[in-house]
Write a protein that binds this ligand. Structure first.
Ligand code: HEC
Length: 149
């Protein structure tokens, strides 16, 4: 019994040293999760657009909240890889989503204002896509630009 306790504590120490000595930390947010979130973001964002056009503000709001959640966590991807410019663009998109949420939370929603705010979000997403994303030839979707860390 005593031997077990000693062995365990030795193992724990060895584990801690290993974790501290790795020069390349394991990314907390792998590219796979990033792509999954973007794939979910696309249809949610499109559904928000459709709901806004119909004047269904509750549905639009719910879709935008989900979009915000999916996008916000991807900041860790860029932090892991020290991409400050991507972080700046991402924050700008989040701020625009928040602005629209405020408009949609009013007792009497100004649909024209909401639509014009919505129109500014797509191009903000596009700023990051232009910088960090490329199309896979043959209409096979998208991928990270070559050379991404
Ligand atoms: C800070 C960067 C950044 C922001 C902001 C961003 N994206 Fe992306 N997005 C990417 C990158 C990089 C990819 C390519 C990754 C991939 O799809 O393999 C991508 C891919 C996508 C895809 C394609 C997924 C696939 O592979 O089929 C969709 C859809 C998408 N984004 C929607 C959006 C929408 C909508 C917004 C804004 C609400 C947004 N993105 C904001 C970086 C970003």
């Amino acid at each position: 019994m005593r031997a077990c306790v000693v062995t365990l504590s030795v193992c724990l120490v060895a584990g801690a040293v290993l974790a501290a000595s790795g020069d390349k930390p394991y990314p907390i947010f792998p590219a796979k999760y990033f792509v999954e979130n973007m794939k979910l973001l696309g249809p949610n964002f499109a559904a928000a657009d459709a709901a806004l056009a119909k004047g269904d503000f509750e549905a639009a709001k719910a879709r935008l909240i989900r979009s915000r959640e999916l996008l916000a966590v991807t900041i860790t991807y860029w932090r892991d890889r020290k991409q400050d410019d991507a972080i700046r663009i991402l924050r700008d998109v989040l701020a625009k989503l928040d602005g629209l949420d405020t408009t949609l939370s009013a007792e009497k929603v100004d649909q024209a204002a909401a639509l014009s705010q919505f129109k500014q979000i797509g191009p903000a997403c596009g700023q990051c896509h232009n910088a960090y994303r490329e199309a896979v030839p043959g209409g096979k979707g998208f991928r990270f630009k070559a050379g991404m860390p």
